[in-house]
Write a protein that binds this ligand. Structure first.
Ligand SMILES: Nc1ncnc2c1ncn2[C@@H]1O[C@H](COP(=O)(O)OP(=O)(O)OP(=O)(O)O)[C@@H](O)[C@H]1O
Ligand SMILES: [Mg+2]
Length: 367
């Protein structure tokens, strides 16, 4: 998978820019605040249909576009992509209000799963440290993202669980801590659906953990240049009992607290490094290597599953690493198109085919 050309109109700091990328390795250099991450964010959008920074579409429309009366109040991202011999043109229009519109080869995109078959990205950034350090939400998304990448049809299961939980929580708010016979029946229906979809999602996550573990061990060896035992374990309060029973047992509490207290949306992935809980016991450097290993492992796993490597977007990853770790990281990069940004000169050993310089929203190839 590859991005060959990117066109941006009214996207963040880009008024109108066209950028060509090298087949294998492009470095994007520039000072802070010049638009490096914006560029990667736009590429990521073409696969995920969301910002990897978690920004809403309205934040991505250029301020000049919003301010001007005669400009369309939207951003456009256009990507010429390649999947083997197949060329794919993806065009996304992000209005300041309302739903984004996405065309693939000029046809409206119906399901995101269809897009994932031709274009995927793996994003690495300094914030990934939170994957190891922070609460469980990021680790659940990490697992779900991999599931969807490896099997695009899983997107529907993840979305279904999300939807059921949202509606179940709305109902719990509406009933105001007291169930009538009617709302009891409605809740029964939601519970049945949550049991079906939620159990299925958790089974997939558990299976994924087992498959992922050897990849994480190998990646950690490479990134940290040392062998350490890494174990992944799925933590769930309800799996032994089964979700249907757990929901029944938790119903009174759910009604009282007006939120869904058990289910796959409360689960976690525990990562142990050398037998210790990485979240609370590993050093900052170890956590950073581990976060990187988790991303790298995901990339390799997905590559093996779908038979082609997603594009690697590496945002500012050297900023927190010493030269030794930077070199180890460069050495560990898999065969894939790599686009990396840096605000500082590249470490020794980095040998990009193409160097782009970003200055105030314009991109030029360095001679
Ligand atoms: N909607 C928008 N309209 C116009 N400009 C925007 C918009 N959103 C962000 N920007 C500008 O984009 C710039 C940030 O770009 P970006 O995050 O890509 O920087 P960067 O080159 O990655 O910097 P750093 O090295 O600090 O990470 C900010 O200066 C901000 O003013
Ligand atoms: Mg940046």
């Amino acid at each position: 998978m590859r991005v060959e050309r990117l066109e941006l109109l009214g996207f963040r700091s880009y008024r109108d820019a066209t950028v060509d990328f090298a087949p294998r390795f492009t470095a994007v250099l520039g000072e802070n605040g010049q638009g490096k991450t914006n560029l990667l964010e736009a590429i990521g959008y073409l696969s995920r249909l969301s910002s990897f920074r978690g920004a809403p579409p309205s934040a991505m429309v250029a301020a000049s576009q919003v301010a001007s009366a005669d400009q369309p109040r939207q951003a456009v991202i256009r990507g010429q992509l390649r999947d083997g011999r197949r060329e794919v043109l993806v065009e996304a229009e992000l209005p300041i209000e309302g739903r984004p519109r996405v065309l693939v080869n000029r046809q409206p995109l119906r399901r995101r799963a269809d897009l994932l078959k031709s274009f995927q990205v793996s994003v690495f950034m300094p914030d990934d440290l939170e994957l190891v350090k922070e609460g469980p939400a990021l680790r659940r998304s990490y697992l779900d993202e991999i599931l969807v990448s490896a099997r695009p049809s899983m997107a529907a299961v993840v979305a279904e669980v999300d939807k059921i939980l949202r509606q179940r929580n709305v109902l719990l708010k509406q009933v105001g801590r007291r169930l009538s016979s009617e709302t009891t029946l409605t809740l029964d229906v939601w519970d049945e659906r949550l049991d079906a979809a939620g159990s299925r999602l958790a089974e997939h996550r558990v299976e994924l953990l087992a498959q992922l573990q050897p990849y994480v061990i190998e990646a950690y060896d490479k990134v940290a240049s040392r062998s350490e035992s890494v174990t992944l374990r799925y933590l769930s309060s309800w799996r032994e009992m089964g979700l249907a029973d757990a929901l029944r047992a938790s119903r009174d509490d759910d009604v009282r607290r007006q939120v869904s207290l058990v289910g796959p949306h409360r689960d976690d992935m525990e990562v142990r490094l050398a037998g210790m809980d990485s979240r609370h016991q590993a050093s900052q450097g170890e956590q950073r290597s581990l976060a990187f290993a988790l991303r790298l492992a995901a990339h390799r796993f997905v590559t093996d599953e779908i038979g082609v490597a997603p594009v690697l977007l590496l945002d500012d990853i050297f900023s927190e690493l010493d030269p030794g770790r930077s070199a180890a990281l460069l050495g560990a990069l898999p065969e894939a198109q790599v686009i990396l940004t840096s605000a500082t000169p590249l470490p020794k050993g980095a040998d990009p085919e193409l160097v782009l310089e970003v200055h105030d929203g314009s991109v030029t190839a360095a001679g």
